[in-house]
Design a protein around this ligand. Structure first.
Ligand SMILES: *[C@@H]1O[C@H](CO)[C@@H](O)[C@H](O)[C@H]1NC(C)=O
Ligand SMILES: *[C@@H]1O[C@H](CO)[C@@H](O)[C@H](O)[C@H]1NC(C)=O
Length: 415
């Protein structure tokens, strides 16, 4: 048998075996990290995706929804962690309203879908444009036809609809603010009818103090928290200047150095205890859809602890990522679980805080079924990367071997 025939045979055998592996579950029965062919194979809250850059070559079910937090109304707002999308509006495939667009994208689904999947922090870049306020992904504070996305009002209306339909949910906006028009952003809020939900500046905490509880915020309908990057807006429009209330680490590539968590220039030091909210960024300067799954996995999970340590032993409240659904398993959702679990009870998931039987214990694998609790502590060593990878390897070592053989043979032939 020639090397070519051998290679071809191996290829065929491998693909047949792969198909068999994929067929082990289907029609909504596949669980976290199970092999799958399409989203509909996976159980609710999961989607079917691969992560070639992390070695997850065959699609598996990964999380696409945040854990619904139970029993948090008695907690101060700053004792809860919320999944946050970086440039929430820079959505792949967004209609081009002002001609061809040339800019970076950071997300893949609508702001409404993001909210429905459990995203509670939105980063929005607002610019003066077309005698209005627009969301743009631009530079030099100037929105161009090629960098525009949509009028800010459109997105604020989506948020408004979500707040109306979900009366116990709280959404936080981080506005990268290039708007100079007098009352520009306030006018957008007014036009959307969203003012009734604004958390009043006067009720934001004094330095070093806790925020009101989640329950108080819900009762008072203070369910839209807004921060601006422009300090003057706090005096002129009553919009809180972000770094008067939030400590934030460096964004982009400089923020991805393992083990380090430096503050961004505008922020207090991470270890300042003046601000009780912490925003942790974890994304590259240039977003790449297909490699973000690697970022939103073990590296992100580990970096939570780095920022905790750098922030005087405080866990982040907002975890900001690109392409928030991309991962190798638990992804950013499991990272947020770790933040909430650690803040609430020292476990790696808020589910553990609700189900554990004794203080100081985190439920083990046997007491938390992966089928019903994809966030169980038991799966934690592998929030994304390693978990998924090792599981896939275990399930089909021979497939990996055959694939490798195939690859080697084909290379040999071509060489
Ligand atoms: C706080 O952080 C800054 C900047 O990282 C560092 O220079 C300083 O030593 C830290 N202070 C304490 C008390 O750890
Ligand atoms: C909810 O929180 C309260 C106060 O922290 C606690 O006493 C109670 O046991 C919690 N309930 C559940 C179901 O965990």
């Amino acid at each position: 048998m020639s090397a070519f025939t051998a290679g071809l045979t191996l290829l065929l055998v491998t693909s047949t075996l792969w198909t068999q592996v994929s067929a082990q579950c289907s029609a909504g029965t596949c669980q976290l990290l199970d092999n799958c062919n399409t989203d509909s194979d996976c159980a609710p809250g999961l989607i079917c995706s691969s992560c070639v850059v992390s070695g997850v070559l065959q699609p598996i079910c990964i999380r696409d929804q945040a854990t619904v937090l139970q029993n948090i109304t008695s907690l101060p707002f700053n004792k809860v962690a919320w999944l946050t999308t970086h440039n929430s509006f820079a959505i792949v495939g967004a209609p081009e309203l002002t001609g061809p667009r040339i800019t970076f994208y950071n997300q893949e689904d609508s702001v409404t879908d993001q909210l429905n999947n459990g995203v509670r922090g939105l980063m929005l870049d607002m610019y003066d444009y077309k005698n209005d306020v627009w969301l743009c992904h631009s530079f030099d504070g100037e929105c161009l036809d090629i960098t525009s996305f949509a009028p800010a009002l459109d997105t604020v209306k989506e948020i408004m609809t979500f707040l109306v339909n979900n009366p116990s949910e709280i959404v936080t906006l981080f506005i990268e603010d290039y708007v100079s028009a007098v009352n520009g952003i306030s006018n957008v809020f007014r036009a959307a009818g969203i003012n009734q939900y604004l958390f009043p500046l006067a009720s934001m905490p004094a330095p070093g103090a806790d925020w009101p509880t989640v329950g108080t915020m819900i009762q008072n309908n203070w369910r839209l928290v807004v921060f601006t990057s422009k300090s003057s807006k706090q005096a002129t429009e009553g919009i809180a200047y972000q770094w008067n209330f939030v400590d934030e680490n460096q964004y982009g590539d400089d923020g991805l150095v393992a083990g380090l968590c430096p503050n961004r220039a505008e922020s207090q030091f991470m270890n300042s205890t003046r601000n009780s909210l912490i925003l942790q960024n974890y994304f590259h300067t240039n977003p790449v859809q297909d490699t973000t799954c690697r970022d939103n996995s073990q590296a992100l999970y580990d970096e939570l602890t780095a920022c905790y340590t750098a922030s005087a032993n405080r866990w982040a409240n907002f975890l900001s990522v690109d392409f928030y659904k991309r991962s190798t398993g638990g992804g950013a959702f499991q990272a947020v679980d770790k933040l909430n679990g650690q803040m609430q009870c020292g476990c790696n998931s808020p589910v553990s805080c609700q189900t554990r039987t004794a203080p100081g214990q985190c439920p083990s694998e046997t007491s938390l079924s992966p089928a019903t609790s994809p966030t169980a502590d038991a799966q934690l060593p592998s929030p994304g990367g390693p978990a998924a990878e090792s599981r896939a390897d275990k399930a089909q070592p021979w497939v990996a071997f055959l694939t490798f053989s195939c690859w080697a043979l084909i290379h040999l032939l071509l060489w």
